[in-house]
Design a protein around this ligand. Structure first.
Ligand SMILES: Nc1ncnc2c1ncn2[C@@H]1O[C@H](COP(=O)(O)OP(=O)(O)OP(=O)(O)O)[C@@H](O)[C@H]1O
Length: 856
């Protein structure tokens, strides 16, 4: 603690205006610097200055409104404290500011403001010149009993305070050695006082007055502590410490000197909060290790001044710890029969998936083994993966929480940040647990295939620990820094494709394929679930709107092209919105019959026909006609509401010249039909490939050409000049439309061969056939994946025949009966089978005959 006895402060001092506290000589204070003037002072004077003198500033209480500081120099308190800036800490969060640690040296009085901008500089007069009273005798003579009385109370008070607070311990040690005249300032800053009281002490320039003002404050504190010791359990050291730093509310009124209690109330609330927080931490039955850490942090928190940046961090940490569901869980209520009914009620079709989910639930019912497999639903968007996850939680009576992992590329998203980081927070797993408030929810890890990687680590690696039943009972989030048991949580993952799921992660999950829907399934889903849901969402009833199955089919075939039902759902939503306008208008009319009659008679006469009425539904501007209920959504109404159809069946138009074939592709969004186009021109035997193809697909194209060249004679394939050397003076260009979409994989092999065979033979490929299959150089057709999705795509596109590899025959079982009925499947073992099926009347017939003849 500084003595001002030998200090000579500069005559001119820069002034730091404080709103939130009064600095007294001999004590230290942390102040937050965020007003423009103060920020300038720190930047220009403290951070640039090099001499000790440059660190001496005047700290002046600013009693006016803090907001006014930036505009004009406020009326300053004439007396301030010269202080030395001991530490400056800068931070940009939540906004740029500095935290300044200052130690008071002596009082000064402002004689004149020399400069007001960018920060005030004042001519000052030093007030505490204590060397005048340095001799003990002189001092005794001057103040006599008053000083003795003060000293007695000071000793009594300091003995009552808790020794474990460093400032108290230091004060106890120094009490005898410090000059008495310094004690009023030092004690006032350590006991509980309001800013107004501190200002009184600051203004008490004469020592006698200073003692007189301080004694009642000491007495008040002593009495308060006595009272508190009576009412509280004095054995608990922690409580005593809290009292020492932030005494309770009751103390405020004891001296009855009429000071403002505003600040006091804040502090009291805070200490109450801390006690509440402590209780909360103790009552949430966390494991011993976690409790130990919390108690340690709690101790630190109690000793910390509130202005310290770490105070908020520690407090947030403790609050999170107390909010985590360490031992709170819901009771599982599992009844397999009820689960089956619920799953069936919520979801149409998906038989295979529902069957596997029921098996999973049945095993849980029989054996509450928490180390069950982690299910991963893989399928195109909008096929109900998330919604099945939600149903599982519902059947188990557990809380449900979805964690979106798409685009997550930082492992601290999963594991949290260490608390040393500014703005650190726990990871998504623990945050999810805090939100649901129980430790056994169902967590849906959505889009695990879209996890990214970055310099900040691999989030998939962090997920490994979360999903591993052997490790996750000890999952340690960096923010928490103590283990949390995740073994009670059921994790379900969803993805659009397994190709991009990191192998180690995939290995820990049981993949359940969720394929796209057929048109018939979509119609059923729409009528059983989606329409009802949309009606409720738009406040409509089945008596007000009627959507026949033909309309749904039209939406499915001509307005959407998807494997799932999300766009269909959106289109139904659009229809409901348009109808809602009409219905609301009708109600409005009924409510005000006169007004409508008066204004709308003529217009309603003008549009009376049923047809026109239906067509007008989509036009919100035409609100003239009260609709007749239910409003039927027919073909015309559909066109009015949704506009012209987006997708036309174009297959036939595009297959009207040689060199085009239809392949089938699998994408994460479901199956797609894919046109393959080829053309030839004079050249030097170059092959050009366009349409963003991957390496495997390019290789398939080369394979196809090689096979055709080697079999050109057999199939009578010739180039433009009639030569069997197909590339002689000829360039070939192969294109796969939808050029912006990257395509890869071997399954286009048969389609490329067919397309080139068509080009070189000049024959048209049948317009009702699509194909998939990998090829070899010897002309074998090898099996490929995604058969169900591909077949559904062919069905959606209105094709009649599908060529698939023979070894994929077993996959046909998965295809719904109605689709199988509509389609004709050709199982191909070799490329000859493919070509024979792809061309009307077979491919070999004509050429094969010729070949035989030539042999004879
Ligand atoms: N078989 C079904 N029966 C009833 N409703 C379904 C069915 N399949 C999908 N839905 C409905 O379709 C909507 C979209 O489903 P959901 O959000 O679960 O799709 P998702 O497969 O999780 O898609 P994404 O991969 O984009 O997250 C939901 O409203 C859901 O209720």
């Amino acid at each position: 603690m500084a003595s001002s006895g030998s200090i000579q402060i500069p005559r001119r001092l820069p002034l730091l205006l404080t709103h939130d506290g009064v600095l007294l000589p001999g004590s230290s204070m942390r102040c937050s610097v965020d007003t423009p003037g103060n920020m300038e002072l720190v930047r220009n004077r403290l951070l640039r200055g090099t001499s000790l003198k440059s660190t001496i500033i005047g700290v002046t209480p600013n009693t006016s409104d803090p907001a006014s500081d930036s505009e004009e120099l406020p009326a300053l308190h004439r007396i301030g404290t010269a202080a030395i800036a001991v530490q400056v800490v800068g931070s940009n969060w939540p906004k740029p500011h500095y935290t300044l640690l200052v130690t008071g040296l002596c009082r000064f009085q402002i004689t004149e403001i020399v400069k007001a901008r960018p920060y005030p500089i004042a001519e000052v007069e030093q007030l505490d010149r204590l060397e005048e009273l340095s001799s003990k005798d002189e001092f005794k003579e001057a103040l006599g009993d008053l000083s003795e009385q003060f000293y007695k109370y000071a000793v009594q008070l300091v003995n009552m305070l808790d020794n474990s607070v460093p400032a108290v311990a230091k004060l106890k040690r120094l009490l005898d050695n410090l000059p008495r005249e310094l004690l009023p300032d030092i004690l006032t800053s350590i006991i509980r006082t309001t800013n107004e009281e501190k200002l009184q002490i600051l203004d008490a320039v004469g020592l006698e007055e200073r003692f007189k003002v301080t004694i009642p404050l000491l007495l008040r504190q002593i009495q308060g502590l006595k009272l508190l010791n009576k009412t509280r359990n004095p054995k608990i050291d922690d409580d005593k410490r809290v009292v020492a730093i932030r005494p309770l509310k009751k103390l405020g009124g004891i001296s009855g000197k009429g000071f403002s209690l505003e600040n006091a109330d804040d502090d009291d609330d805070d200490s109450d909060d801390i006690l509440m927080l402590e209780k909360k931490v103790k009552s949430c039955s966390m494991p011993e290790q976690a409790l130990k850490v919390c108690m340690k942090e709690m101790k630190r928190l109690k000793k910390m001044p509130q202005s310290m940046p770490e105070y908020a961090l520690t407090r947030n940490y403790l609050e999170l710890m107390s909010e985590l569901p360490w031992s709170k869980s819901t009771r599982d209520r599992l009844d397999i029969r009820a689960a089956r009914i619920l799953l069936d009620n919520d979801h149409y079709a998906m038989t295979k998936l529902k069957k596997r989910v029921l098996e999973y639930l049945a095993v849980r019912q029989l054996k509450n083994n928490l180390k069950g497999p982690i299910l991963c639903f893989v399928g195109p968007p909008g096929v109900g993966k998330t919604s099945v996850g939600r149903s599982i939680a519902k059947t188990l009576g557990r809380e449900f929480h979805r964690i979106a992992l798409g685009g997550v590329c930082d492992q601290s998203d999963i594991r949290g940040h260490r608390r040393t980081y500014v703005g650190s927070m726990p990871g998504r797993i623990l945050n999810g647990l805090k939100i649901v408030g129980v430790n056994n929810p169902v967590f849906l890890l959505d889009e695990v295939d879209k996890l990214g990687k970055s310099l900040q680590g691999d989030p998939a690696a962090a997920l490994l620990e979360v999903l591993d039943p052997e490790q996750n009972h000890n999952f340690t989030d960096h923010y928490l820094n103590v283990p949390f048991d995740l073994s009670q949580v059921i994790f379900i993952a969803t993805a659009n494709t397994t190709a991009t799921i990191p192998p180690a992660l995939l290995d820990r999950m049981e993949v359940l394929e969720v394929p796209g829907y057929t048109q018939e399934e979509k119609i059923e889903i729409a009528h059983r679930h989606l329409i009802a849901k949309q009606l409720t969402q738009h406040g409509l009833t089945p008596q007000q709107i009627q959507i026949p199955p033909e309309t749904t089919l039209e939406i499915i075939t001509r307005y959407t092209r998807e494997a799932g039902v999300r766009s269909l759902d959106r289109k139904l939503g659009a229809i409901c919105r348009a109808v809602a306008v009409k219905v609301a208008e009708g109600q409005h009319r009924e409510a005000k019959p006169d007004a409508t009659e008066a204004t709308d008679v003529d217009e309603s006469k003008a549009s009376l026909s049923e047809d026109t009425r239906a067509r007008d539904i989509g036009d919100p501007a035409d609100l003239t006609l009260p609709p007749e209920m239910p409003i039927l959504i027919d073909h015309h109404a559909l066109k009015d509401i949704l506009g012209a159809p987006k997708y036309e069946i174009e297959v036939f138009e595009r297959l009207n010249q040689p060199g085009v074939a239809i392949g089938l592709a699998w994408t994460p969004l479901g199956g797609e039909i894919m046109f393959v186009e080829a053309s030839r021109m004079d050249g030097e035997g170059q092959l050009t490939l366009t349409g963003q193809l991957g390496d495997v697909m390019k290789e398939s194209a080369h394979l196809a050409i090689s096979w055709l060249r080697s079999n050109a004679k057999k199939y009578q394939l010739t180039n433009a000049s009639g030569s069997f050397d197909l590339l002689d003076n000829t360039d070939i260009h192969l294109h796969f439309p939808a050029g912006a979409v990257t395509k890869d994989g071997p399954s286009a092999g048969v389609a490329i061969v067919t397309c080139l065979a068509s080009l070189f033979s000049g024959r048209l490929v049948s317009s009702d056939v699509a194909m998939t299959g990998e090829i070899t150089l010897r002309g074998l057709v090898l099996p490929v994946g995604g058969i169900k999705d591909k077949v559904l795509a062919a069905h959606r596109a209105g094709l009649k025949r599908v060529i698939i590899p023979q070894r994929n025959e077993k996959d046909l079982e998965e295809i719904p009966n109605n689709v199988r009925r509509d389609l004709n499947f050709i199982l191909a073992a070799v490329l000859e089978d493919v070509l024979n099926a792809a061309f009307d009347g077979g491919f070999l017939e004509k050429s094969g005959q010729e070949l035989l003849n030539s042999k004879l």
